[in-house]
Design a protein around this ligand. Structure first.
Ligand code: ADP
Ligand code: MG
Length: 362
């Protein structure tokens, strides 16, 4: 496990790149750091292998404080992958992959043989071993970068936007292969990206950072989508999440009647979530089992985006996924509650739309 404990990085007097970060990256899992450009992702990653020293706080790996370790020795246990693979242009592919084993004093013949094996591990033919990086495509270079990071079989991998520089189709393939590989390698991985789709696809847990280097939320992907901790996370997750095309697609989705209670009223049923309204407009949900009787404002669960009748499938899905009850609120043009939609039914409508437009499911 990698553990950040109150880690802060300042550049100069007051420029804070990472602000009091406390976070655990569990052993054998992929932890994704995601956030807009400049929010401190790279700084966070490079503090782990001490290419950048923290200003305060501590980082431990399996309980050992990295500050107490010799940096060279620390880095031997950590694979590091960056954009474009970070390959040496004047070295062949096999020599690039064998870099660390050779540094560690492994015999050249054994190191190169292992490098060729690793090519296959990352889905490349051994025939590429003698080429130079410039003779490979972007996606191939990226795979070689992963092979190189794996060469010393480190328990920990740091990956800084490794798939950002390749086109979307290749990125998809790299992501799939990365997941397949991790499925049997089980490394402890810190993976950085600015792409929320990638974060949700790859992460066992996802840590959302905001500019100023503050952790906004850390949660498994499904929870992040369903229960963003605040407006920043909701906006970030919503804005960049997949289904972008759905923003423009409207379709018929069943809207179910929803029982409501006025903010000044009383919850009379004792089961489940009840939608609370004020003047007909939704103001939140109340858990009737936990808070029976008169509605108290402080007991309201907020969260949950609202969608308009006849709006986009994307908005309807967001409403359903972000609602504490799992029921997405649909508004009339006047802003009153028209009823609620179910995620499963929105997804079904999406399937139908996709089928109709001949789009391939990803
Ligand atoms: P990200 O990887 O999320 O884009 P970085 O970790 O690279 O963000 O940078 C975080 C912040 O720290 C940014 O505001 C950046 O300008 C600043 N920063 C990064 N490196 C340095 C440096 N060497 N000196 C001064 N400021 C830096
Ligand atoms: Mg960066």
């Amino acid at each position: 496990m990698i553990r950040f404990d109150g880690v802060t990085k300042r550049y100069g007097q007051d420029a804070v790149a990472v602000d009091d970060l406390t976070l655990e990256a569990p052993t054998g899992k992929i932890t994704v750091l995601v956030g807009p450009s400049g929010c401190g992702k790279t700084t966070t990653l490079r503090m782990v292998n001490r290419m950048i020293e923290a200003t305060s706080g501590s980082i431990t790996i399996d309980g050992v404080d990295t500050a107490s370790m010799d940096p060279a020795q620390l880095r031997r246990g950590i694979g590091y992958v960056i954009q474009h693979g970070g390959l040496f242009p004047h070295h062949t592919v096999e020599r690039n992959i064998a870099t660390v084993p050779l540094l560690l004093g492994q015999k050249k013949k054994a190191a190169l043989a292992r490098a060729r094996e690793l090519l296959e591990t990352v889905g490349l033919p051994q025939t590429l071993a003698r080429r130079y990086p410039a003779q490979l495509s972007g996606g191939q270079q990226q795979r070689v970068g992963v092979a190189r990071a794996l060469a010393a079989d480190p328990p920990v991998m740091l990956m800084d936007e490794p798939f950002s520089a390749v086109d979307p189709v290749v990125r998809d393939q790299l992501q799939e292969e990365f997941l397949r590989l991790q499925g049997h390698l089980g490394k402890t991985i810190l993976f950085v990206t600015h792409d929320i789709d990638e974060a949700i696809k790859l992460g066992d847990q996802v840590a959302v950072l905001r500019v100023g280097g503050r952790l906004a939320q850390v949660a498994p992907p499904a929870e992040l989508l369903a229960h963003p901790a605040d407006d920043f996370v909701a906006g970030f997750v919503g804005r960049d999440r997949g289904y972008r095309a759905l923003s423009f697609v409207t379709a018929e989705v069943p809207v179910h009647p929803e029982r409501t209670v006025d903010i000044d009223g009383e919850v009379t049923t004792a089961d489940g979530w009840v939608l609370v309204t004020e003047g007909g407009a939704p103001v939140g949900w109340i858990d009737a089992a936990a808070h029976p009787g008169r509605v108290r404002r402080e007991a309201l669960a907020l969260g949950g985006t609202l969608a308009e009748s006849g709006g986009s499938l994307r908005a309807a899905l967001d409403a359903a996924l972000s609602s504490p009850s799992g029921r997405g609120v649909i508004l009339t043009p006047e802003g009153r509650v028209a009823g609620t939609v179910r995620a499963a039914e929105v997804l079904r409508a999406i399937e139908v739309e996709r089928g109709a437009s001949g789009e391939v499911d990803r």
